[in-house]
Design a protein around this ligand. Structure first.
Ligand code: SF4
Length: 491
């Protein structure tokens, strides 16, 4: 007689950058391929923490979490804890020394081994630590469980050949490894077949794509080839490096309809002296020149950036240079960071660390400047008509205002009043912008047009699946999207 046992459940907690968010999709996919299902009751059998070593106090956060999980571990037989990601790659067995109740530690190069390591640990009754120095399987070839029915992330490269002195990535993620263009395009096609209409190409240094197989023009060519995929409506990429940002990429962006009028390009500092100390090989003139050329070819492009304030040795004159470049750049938004020491990076041991209160004061001036610019740039959008890809909901206030949300082609967040015909996540509405705020736009006059998309159909099917209601799939239409809904395992 066979006994139906519920599948073991898991929860993945993600810290850090988009690369980690994408890795977590792979972790979920690998766990589900091994028969686990996502916990819905807040009491998973396995907790996976995907860590980040870049953010401040990353280790304190990790050990804080692990401390809380120790109690569950004592009380629930069979409960397992796995720690992966950049901090695991860096700290390795130190993690099980400091938190001996952890079952599995795995690195950034072996996320596909997680199910095996969990099983091995269960069987052997001891912690498994497995860190690989180099990638064996490109993460994108692992199964994935996507968060969204309409948008997907595709890694085109991992690792980085640069040596920015504030960054831990090169030592943790290794040298740049590029996927073959054919593999990337096949994955894009598979996503489109699943109903996806928007894709973000990911790489630590996305525009140096091709360096491994010796084609300097590979990134621009990839953008053009992706633009040929029927049904792929929106292509974005992150993050490009200004030093490798060549005009053929600007041409490819401008000449490929599906590449969105948007660019996220880290500035980090406006001071050439600080850029040199950061070992970032471009200078502010080059950075501003790229923006000019992008805007010449793509006039409505929204440009965003990352900036670090208070890098070791940054003087008031250096900081004034950053303010100057920010003023000239007219960023639509910026992620601003206060420099803080990351152990293991060259900058951590540089002299002239800037006192915390000085960093804080400069940071506030920068944020005030950027907020003013963002508000001005958003006000200039009022009256424009924009196409918004409707999201699951990006605004906490949506419930009270009855607005829906989504992203315009230039990636601006738009909250809009839906008409009588309510769009589904993944559909596209055309709306006129009526109001602006520093961080979003509002369109309160209702959509001028609603376009129902394959992504909206995929959402419908996923909803129907989750209610166990069979949804019709048109002949030859896209395949249903598996959201990893609960399954029963016969043993
Ligand atoms: S380009 Fe610099 S900041 Fe970006 S991943 Fe490489 S080393 Fe880090």
């Amino acid at each position: 007689m066979s006994v139906i046992a519920p599948a073991r459940t898991y929860e993945v907690k993600t810290f850090g950058c988009q690369m980690n968010v994408h890795d977590s999709e792979r972790l979920r996919g690998s766990l589900e391929a091994a028969g686990l299902v996502e916990a819905e009751d807040g009491a998973p059998d396995v907790v996976v923490i995907n860590t980040c070593a870049v953010r401040e106090n990353a280790d304190q956060r990790l050990y804080g979490h692990l401390g809380q999980l120790a109690k569950t571990k004592r009380e629930r037989p069979g409960f397992q804890i796995a720690v992966g990601g950049c901090l695991a790659q860096k700290d390795r067995s130190t993690i099980v020394e400091r938190a001996p109740w952890v079952d599995v530690v795995f690195g950034t190069h072996n996320i596909g081994s997680l199910p095996t390591l969990l099983e091995r640990s269960r069987h052997n009754g001891e912690a498994e630590v497995e860190i690989l120095e180099a990638l064996e399987v490109f993460p994108s070839t692992l199964p994935s469980k996507r968060e969204s029915t309409y948008a997907g992330w595709v890694s085109i490269s991992v690792g980085c050949n640069n040596t920015c002195t504030f960054c831990i990535v090169p030592s943790l993620r290794g040298k740049e490894r590029d996927r073959r263009p054919g593999d990337v395009l096949a994955e894009l096609q598979a996503l489109v077949d699943d109903g996806v209409v928007e894709v973000t190409l990911l790489g630590q240094n996305v525009n140096s794509y091709g360096v491994e197989f010796g084609d300097r023009l590979a990134f621009g060519k990839l953008l053009r080839a992706a633009g040929e995929i029927d049904g792929l409506e929106r292509i974005r990429f992150t993050s490009p490096h200004p030093a490798a940002f060549t005009d053929d990429v600007i041409d490819a962006m401008a000449e490929t309809d599906a590449v969105m009028p948007q660019l996220h390009m880290p500035l980090q500092s406006g001071s050439d002296r600080v850029l040199r100390a950061m070992r970032r090989s471009y200078r502010s003139t080059r950075f501003l020149g790229i923006l000019d050329r992008v805007r010449e070819r793509i006039p409505h492009a929204a440009i965003t950036t990352d900036i670090i304030v208070g890098f070791p040795g940054e003087t008031e004159e250096d900081f004034a240079e950053t303010l100057r470049v920010v003023e000239a750049s007219r960023f639509a938004s910026a992620f601003t960071f206060q420099y803080s020491i990351r152990p293991g990076t060259p900058a951590a041991t540089m002299p002239d660390q800037v006192p915390k209160e000085v960093v804080q004061e400069r940071f506030e001036r920068l944020v005030a400047l950027q907020d003013r610019i963002a508000f001005e740039e958003n006000r200039a959008q009022v009256g424009r008509t924009v196409d918004v890809l409707v999201s699951n909901s990006e605004g906490r206030k949506d419930v009270t205002t009855h607005r829906l949300s989504g992203r315009a082609e230039d990636n601006r967040l738009v909250h809009f009043a839906p008409g009588a015909d309510v769009p589904r996540p993944g559909d596209v509405v055309t709306v006129a912008v009526t109001h602006a705020a520093p961080f979003h736009l509002i369109a309160d006059d209702g959509p001028v047009a609603l376009r129902r998309t394959r992504a909206g159909d995929a959402w419908d099917r996923a909803q129907a699946d989750s209610c166990a209601v069979p949804a019709p799939v048109a002949g030859g239409g896209p395949r249903p999207v598996s959201l990893g809904l609960p399954v029963l395992r016969a043993t």
